[in-house]
Write a protein that binds this ligand. Structure first.
Ligand SMILES: N[C@@H](CCC(=O)N[C@@H](CS)C(=O)NCC(=O)O)C(=O)O
Length: 222
């Protein structure tokens, strides 16, 4: 089956873009990537992206797809065998928890922005969400057990950031979560996860956190 031409509009620091790149890499799908600066987007971006957000996937220069979970599923469906579980209930559960992953990302963003006095509350909120994820995780290598799925790709960007925070600030958000810590290790060992960000990602992430002016950013060495 011939594949359409795929162009992904990306921002180097976006965890939602990263979900889609992991899916593309994991399935070995040819694509091009166009980086924009979300803080200073090019004029054409507003007309291409209905919500003004990345990721956006342009298919055959014509159709624009947005929302990372939708892009993940589209890429998965045009490149069988599927990474999304096919049993209706498992599929629905995976979709629900992929969506929940978006809330985890938001809580993580709030935590990295928090100043010293708000940090505890923000990190507790994030830990509470992570606890909910741990409760529905299979306890195996991947979310559903033995098979890597789209949901694993969806959570990897979160773990990549939590890992950088742990390495640089000594704050381990997974300290009380052995199942998630093991999941994180498996995910971060995958080439598709490692190559889903630009080489300078750790530096860019550190710079972004420092620019945000929160307590965590101040813990990173200059
Ligand atoms: N629900 C969206 C979230 C995407 C999103 O929030 N992207 C951020 C960057 S990480 C963005 O483009 N923000 C620009 C804005 O909100 O103006 C998805 O899953 O694709």
């Amino acid at each position: 089956m011939s594949l359409p031409k795929l162009e992904l509009i990306s921002f180097k620091l976006c965890p939602f873009v990263q979900r889609t790149v992991i899916t593309l890499l994991h399935k070995d799908v040819p694509y091009t990537i166009t980086y924009i600066d979300l803080n200073n987007p090019p004029e054409w971006f507003a007309s291409v992206s209905p919500l003004g957000k990345v990721p956006v996937l342009k298919v055959d220069d014509e159709t624009v797809l947005f929302e990372s979970a939708v892009i993940q599923e589209y890429v998965d469906e045009i490149t069988p065998p599927p990474l999304m579980p096919q049993a209706p209930l498992t599929k629905a559960k995976n979709r629900a928890w992929i969506s929940f992953g978006g809330e985890v990302v938001m809580a993580m963003q709030a935590m990295v922005k928090a100043d010293e006095s708000d940090f505890d509350a923000a990190s507790k909120k994030l830990k509470g969400l992570l606890q909910r994820v741990a409760e529905v995780h299979s306890g195996g290598q991947w979310f559903n057990g033995t098979d890597f799925a789209l949901i694993d790709a969806a959570y990897a960007p979160i773990f990549m950031r939590l890992h950088l925070i742990k390495e640089n600030c000594g704050v381990d958000l997974l300290a009380d979560q052995p199942v998630l810590a093991a999941w994180s290790e498996h995910l971060l060992a995958l080439p598709s996860v490692q190559h889903a960000v630009v080489e300078e990602f750790p530096k860019l992430y550190r710079m972004m956190l420092k620019k945000m002016g929160g307590w965590l950013g101040a813990q990173f060495a200059d």
